[in-house]
Design a protein around this ligand. Structure first.
Ligand SMILES: [Zn+2]
Length: 95
C-alpha cells in the first residue's frame, strides 16, 4: 500500500513537470505566432508559389503561398492551378 502511494506521488511529480513544460511550450508557440503576424505584415509577398497547404491534420488544400514569409496568400487562379497540376503530372510521368 505504501509503495503504491509512492508511485502515485512520483507520477504526480512527473505529471507536474510535463504540465509545466507543456504550458511553457504553448507560451513559446503563442509568442512565435505573434511574431509571425508582425513580420508577415512587413512582407511584400513578392515571390509566391502554388503548393499543397495542410491547414489541419488530414486536410490539405492547394494554395498560393509566399515563398519569403510562407503566408497563405489565397487560392490560385485557374491558370496557376492547371500549371501546378500539369507540372505534377510531368513529375509523376518521369518516375
Ligand atoms: Zn510574404
Amino acid at each position: 500500500m505504501g509503495k503504491a502511494v509512492t508511485n502515485i506521488e512520483t507520477n504526480n511529480l512527473t505529471d507536474i513537470r510535463i504540465k509545466n513544460r507543456v504550458e511553457a511550450l504553448y507560451k513559446i508557440i503563442e509568442e512565435a505566432n505573434k511574431e509571425f503576424g508582425i513580420i508577415r505584415k512587413k512582407c511584400s509577398h513578392s515571390k509566391c508559389e502554388v503548393n499543397y497547404y495542410c491547414w489541419a491534420v488530414g486536410h490539405i488544400s492547394i494554395k498560393k503561398i509566399c515563398k519569403i514569409c510562407r503566408e497563405v496568400i489565397g487560392n490560385p487562379s485557374e491558370e496557376e492551378l492547371s500549371y501546378f497540376n500539369d507540372t505534377l503530372g510531368l513529375l509523376n510521368k518521369n518516375k
